[in-house]
Structure formats: structure tokens, C-alpha cells
Design a protein. Sequence first.
Length: 347
Amino acid sequence: MTDKQVRPRSRGRRVLRISLLLVAVLGLGAAGAGWWTYGHLNGNIDSVDLDQAIGIDNRPSKVVPNAQNVLVLGSDSRAGANADLDHGDVGGARSDTTMLVHIPEGRSRATAVSIPRDTLITRPECKDKDGRAVPSANRVMFNSVYSLAGPACVVKTVEQLSGIRVDHFVEVDFAGFKGLVDALGGVTVTLDKPMSGAKGGLKLDAGTHRLNGTDSLRFVRTRYGYGDGSDLGRIGLQQQFLLAMLAEVKKQDALGNPARLYKLADAATKSLTTDSDLASLTALSDFARSMKGVDPATMETIMLPVAYDKVDPNRVVVAQPQADQLWEALRTDRKVPESAKTSPAKG
């Protein structure tokens, strides 16, 4: 791991902006698609009842009643075993991006905390999606929690790590964008260097390319064939693709075309999993409207303070006391101190 991987602040802001824009698009879809599509689109959205999955007594208390804490995940949970993806030797679903977004009581600003996927944490005892018990474990990669026990366990892990009650959970699945891209007629991306197609990945020359749905999925999952082959580089490709897709939506004025809007909303909702309180177009629309005072361009993006692990230099551990200072500020709706925004040097 390089020093750049310990402090990726600007990329986190872009992921947050993309996630909230997607929620806003879905909210607008609720108003424009019409009552006759409502039931179908609602049925596309998967949901998780967090209180039932975690247990009400196992969750932190809410400190500031009107503040909101939203856990945003970017995953490939629905990619399926048949997807031809450049993901190395790791099988099963993975969560590539995890951010805890705190919106203070006045809902005029927001702070997003990115949790590095290779942070070693203590996983609490959980239940998987089938209700089977998953025992607690020490020194496991944060990224492994999702693949082993599902999104509710990720929420429980973040709540245990931070002491902050998660109000809402939004998971956006990259594989679901395949249908969205096809509904748009393709998305245009530009590469500043070639993509080699290593390990079954997509092969592209440097320059501008129009990608269909299948190639867009391969594009966002490419790792070894581009740049330094790191997961950080792959996340950069995912962010680039999502920005290009949103630009395509704007270019086509999809929100002004009911037929096209329905096709886009149908594809988008198929890629969305939320907590049960957000699992409808009405709820998503209301949530998006409540966030209208938040300007994504001014959001503060912080990475959870970490230090290199002394046993395994390829992993990081939560740095103290910086992390506790960060969580306490968010928990009590106060400004995050500067001392909590910087990871210590490599140990």
C-alpha cells in the first residue's frame, strides 16, 4: 500500500456526489413515471430491515435526534457467477466503497467518512442474509464483512466501530448499471492510457470509447489491466464511469422524456438496496427533497484515520486517538477537529 492509498480524499467526495445524485434521480422518477409504474419500480428495490437483522438492543442510541447518518456502499453483489470480470482470485460479492455520511441537524452541509477496505477491524457477531449466526472475529479485513455476512453486518460493524447510529443504508450495485447503460444507448469514456485486457478484462486503446452495457460492466471491474493494478485504481475507473453516465443522462434530458425516464428508473432501481424505511420511490423522493440544502460541492470528505499495521504492512489499523475524536464529533453534531483528519505516518 502506498501513501496515496492512505489519503484518497477527493475521490471519496466524487463517490458521495454520485450516490446522492442517484438517490435524487430515483426520487424525481417517482414523480415523473406515473402511478401505473409505481408498483413495478417499487418491486425492483431490495431492502434490509436493519432493526430486525441487527436487533434494536444491539444498536447505539441516537444522540442528536434530527441529524442523519447514512451508510453508502458501492458493491458488485449482483454481478453473478457468469460475469466476466477482472477481479483476481477473490470470489463472491464484494463491497468496493464504504462511506458513513453525516448530515447535521440543519441539513445544510455534510461530512463523509471513507473507511478503507483493507482496514483490520473486530467483526461483531452477526446474522447473515439467511439468518445464520456468524461469530465475531478479530483482525479481519473490513471488506470481508460484506462478503461473509451481508450489508446488515456491515452496518453493525460500522456502528460498533463508531458508536454512531446509522439511520439509513443505501447500496448501489455496479452490475446493475449494465441495464442502465443499455437504456441510455451507451456511455462515452476517455482513457489517458491503454487498458490491456489482463486476466480477461476489457482491452481498450487510449482515447475515447462508447461502451455498451456489457463492456461498461467489464470496465468498472477492470483492475490488473490498467494503471498500477491496485484496487484504488479500479475504484478510480468506477468513479470515472459513473460520472460519464450521469453526464449522459443530463445530455439526453432523460428527466424530460417520460418513456426514457421509466426505462432509466427501471434499470436504476434494479441496482439499489436500501434499509426498509427507504425502500419505496416515495420514501426516496422525500429523502432527496430533505437533502436539497446540502451542496455536494462543499461536502467535507474525510478518511478514517489509519496507520499501517505492524504485523502486515499491506493492511491498516484504526489510528487512535484521532479516530475517537472523529467519531465523537460526528456523534454529537460538532465540527470535526483538524487533529482527527490526518492519518499518522507509516509505523
